[in-house]
Design a protein around this ligand. Structure first.
Ligand SMILES: Nc1ncnc2c1ncn2[C@@H]1O[C@H](COP(=O)(O)OP(=O)(O)OP(=O)(O)O)[C@@H](O)[C@H]1O
Ligand SMILES: [Mg+2]
Length: 333
């Protein structure tokens, strides 16, 4: 009888082990696929991507966390892919870029307004039932990337809230008293302040501790960040300025993405056409690639519209002798 009961216990135990094994399957993540996805969207930042992917996988595989999946700080010049990488991480981890929750910290510069915006009004005050713009979406779906842009502009009161989010993975809404959970979220802060001096400070340095030291010293001396923020951050990444080739690659990516929005694939784009777009971009915006999307839209959208109207599934863009675009449509198979 006792043997039988032992057998039953044994079976039960096996069952539990199996259940917990299948449970942990839910937490697996394919690092190579994550890297491939991030690299397909973000160009010229491969070292950062490889390291971010490793960090996310190691933390993601934990069954339980008492802090966010990771707290990351992206530094570097404007238009180098900081926000783009945050979006790409969100798309891959949570299946949808829309799960990204973004806050512009320049709008969180006033202590009361900023706090109310994130965590709602105290109960009894107007609008308290609406809750906070950070807490409410987290109640609805805690699996998110939460992005705080221009973090250095946030008021110290907001920093205190962020420290709570990053340190304990929790934040209480003022009106309802309910607590939002951040242990399934990735927290990303970005800043492009001091980008030039930071680039110089780390020039020639290759190992991470020395790079971090140089960055920390610079941030501390300039008084940009509270040191506690850096203490809570798992990793700081310094994005590199993009080279001409990388911007060319991004242009191709953007033309192809534009086509896909019309249901048309792009087979080929003549290099001369890419150079033309880059030159036009430099003419309108000396600093970076923000205008590129609009320039490419102006130049290419109508060809995609016409191609779709003609039932073409794909197109190639070649260049005429006078430099104009020649769009060749491939008929539907
Ligand atoms: N490394 C990159 N790879 C692919 N696209 C990029 C890259 N850098 C910038 N872009 C493109 O340029 C535009 C601006 O990039 P993004 O928003 O990521 O800049 P940022 O680094 O966040 O700049 P800021 O500090 O001004 O916020 C986006 O449309 C993005 O697609
Ligand atoms: Mg940005």
């Amino acid at each position: 009888m006792s043997d039988l009961s032992k057998m039953t216990d044994w079976d039960k135990l096996q069952g539990m082990l199996k259940a917990s094994a299948s449970e942990s399957q839910r937490f697996t993540i394919d690092e190579a696929k994550l890297v491939a996805h991030l690299r397909s969207r973000v160009k010229g930042q491969d070292e950062i991507i490889d390291d971010v992917a490793r960090l996310i996988r190691l933390s993601w595989m934990k069954d339980k966390r008492t802090r966010p999946v990771c707290n990351l700080l992206f530094l570097g010049p404007t238009g180098t892919g900081k926000t783009e990488l945050a979006k790409a991480i969100c798309e891959h981890l949570f299946g949808d870029e829309q799960a990204l929750l973004r806050f512009d910290c320049s709008e969180l510069a006033s202590p009361e307004m900023g706090k109310t915006r994130l965590t709602g009004s105290s109960s009894g005050y107007v609008g308290s039932e609406q809750g906070g713009q950070l807490t409410r979406p987290m109640f609805a779906n805690p699996k998110r990337v939460v992005l705080f842009d221009e973090i250095e502009k946030a008021h110290p009161v907001i920093f205190d809230l962020l420290l709570q989010v990053m340190g304990e993975g929790r934040l209480t809404e003022q009106g309802s008293g309910k607590t939002a959970d951040f242990t399934q979220a990735v927290i990303i802060m970005t800043s492009n302040s001091l980008a030039d001096s930071m680039g110089k400070a780390v020039q020639g340095l290759t190992d991470y501790p020395r790079i971090m030291n140089a960055i920390k010293t610079l941030l501390a001396e300039s008084g940009t960040f509270r040191p506690e923020i850096l203490g809570r951050v798992d990793k700081v990444y310094l994005f590199k300025p993009l080279s001409g080739m990388q911007v060319a690659e991004i242009s191709l990516l953007k033309i192809s993405k534009l086509g896909q929005e019309y249901g048309v694939e792009t087979h080929f784009v003549a290099p001369e056409l890419i150079i033309q777009a880059l030159e036009a971009n430099i003419r309108v915006s000396k600093f970076g690639i923000r205008e590129l999307e609009r320039i490419l839209f102006d130049r290419y959208a109508s060809y995609f519209v016409e191609a779709r109207a003609a039932n073409a599934k794909s197109v190639s863009f070649e260049v005429a002798d006078d430099g104009t675009i020649v769009c060749k449509r491939d008929p539907a198979p």
